[in-house]
Design a protein. Structure first.
Length: 138
């Protein structure tokens, strides 16, 4: 069995951003040489997420509004975590959107359904963070 590991690094300009990382994951899959197996993609920071959904700007806008309603950034005083910090909402948004995805690899390709893409979700941006890609299989 083969095992392959790669890190992607991000430094977003905005506090909240969604970045399509499907092409970077496909590149890692080609580099791995795995034809049949599993691909794990996970955010390695507690205020960031990796998720699968449609690459449609209206949907991403809706995610931003929805998440802000569920876990508003302000007032920061509403959160106990924010003593000396201002990112409690980022932790909660990550909890909602998820830490990771696992995608089957079939015949050397990510085995997606229609419209599925992999995204990095940033909820406390403007600093460097990373995503782990781990691919195992034959």
């Amino acid at each position: 069995m083969k095992s392959y590991r790669k890190e992607l690094w991000f430094a977003t300009e905005k506090r909240i951003e969604f970045i399509n990382i499907t092409s970077e994951v496909n590149t890692a899959l080609r580099e791995s040489g795995v034809k049949e197996g599993l691909c794990l993609v996970n955010a390695m920071h507690i205020t960031a997420s990796v998720f699968i959904n449609d690459d449609e700007s209206g949907l991403h806008h809706d995610f931003t509004l929805w998440l802000e309603k569920l876990a508003p950034h302000g007032p920061v005083s509403q959160y106990h975590h924010n003593v000396g910090e201002d990112n409690a909402d980022g932790h909660m948004k990550r909890q909602i959107m998820g830490r990771e995805v696992i995608v089957a690899v079939t015949d050397g390709k990510l085995d997606f359904g229609p419209w599925e893409q992999i995204f990095y979700g940033e909820f406390d941006g403007r600093r460097r963070k990373r995503v782990l890609i781990k691919i195992i299989g034959e």
